[in-house]
Design a binder for this molecule. Structure first.
Ligand code: COA
Length: 257
């Protein structure tokens, strides 16, 4: 793989977008390589948490604008669909994902970060959906995921103005979970990843499913989903381990079965 680098440091997999000279802009190759790298990590039992970040000074400056000159209505639709499917795939992973936002997260870059479960940003990072300034608009899921994260008013403000906001402002409106100085970004992300890696994987997968699917359904359907998943965890060893550990006043060790 050229445009994506993966470092496995069990239980964490670090996925680096690797077109630093183009601020990690998302071209077809990068989208394909990202998806296949993540599909491998989903199967890898040594990996419990996936961190996505960018090589160089940017997290990702969005879809590769140079490709836009070649697109017509049909091929643009196919490109948007490809990007959107990669984002959906990220959201659907059973393992927790963290976007480690080391710099610019713009356009498709912010859409990628929003498809992750959690976002930790460097103080120096800037986030935004500037597509409107190109005569287009977000096409990799941004119109939908942003309203769910920050509400309609803020989402419209970001999309209609195309303005970039600093990480602290993104934290204030709920777009990122945490902001730290760039020098501490990897350390803080690793601590969070290790914390998540100690949790029972089946519970994590089912929480993600209940939250992501429930957010698309009526509350009643979401709650049924929750109840069914709640039953499923009782078929796991980890459920027995968690309860036994509590009753015996010790720390649980979850195996993912
Ligand atoms: N697509 C393709 N190339 C991109 C890109 C993108 N989305 N974003 C940056 N690049 C390229 C630049 O063209 C430049 O390439 P070059 O060295 O061959 O000229 C290189 O990455 C470095 O970017 P540069 O603009 O010189 O860096 P900067 O620090 O001055 O500005 C940004 C950084 C992020 C403000 C600016 O690059 C930018 O506005 N990018 C586009 C963001 C955007 O509109 N994203 C939505 C796309 S739908």
């Amino acid at each position: 793989m050229q445009t994506v680098q993966v470092t496995i440091e069990p239980p964490i997999a670090w996925v680096y977008l690797n077109r630093p000279e183009k601020l990690n802009a998302l071209n077809e190759q990068l989208l394909d390589e990202l998806k296949s790298a993540l599909a491998e990590l989903e199967k890898n039992n040594d990996v419990r948490v996936i961190v996505i970040t960018g090589n160089g000074k940017a997290f990702c400056a969005g879809a590769d604008i140079t490709q836009f000159t070649q697109l017509n209505g049909y091929t643009a639709w196919k490109f948007a669909r490809k990007g959107r499917q990669v984002m959906d795939f990220i959201e659907s992973l059973s393992k927790p994902t963290i976007a480690m936002i080391n710099g610019y997260a713009l356009g498709g870059g912010l859409e990628l970060a929003m498809a992750c479960d959690l976002r930790i940003a460097a103080e120096e990072a800037q986030l935004g959906l500037p597509e409107i300034n190109l005569g287009i608009y977000p096409g990799f899921g941004g119109t939908q995921r942003l309203i769910r994260l920050v509400g309609k008013g803020r989402a419209l403000e970001l999309m209609l103005t195309g303005d970039r906001i600093p990480a602290r402002e993104a934290e204030r409106i709920g777009l990122v979970n945490k902001v730290v100085p760039l020098a501490e970004l990897q350390k803080v992300t690793r601590e969070l990843a290790l914390k998540l890696a100690k949790k029972p994987p089946v519970s994590i997968a089912l929480i993600k499913m209940a939250v992501n699917k429930g957010a698309e359904a009526s509350q009643d359907v979401g709650l049924e989903f929750e109840s069914i998943g709640w039953g499923v965890v009782f078929s796991t060893e980890d459920q027995k381990e968690g309860v036994n550990a509590f009753l015996n006043k010790r720390e649980p060790v979850f195996k993912g079965s």
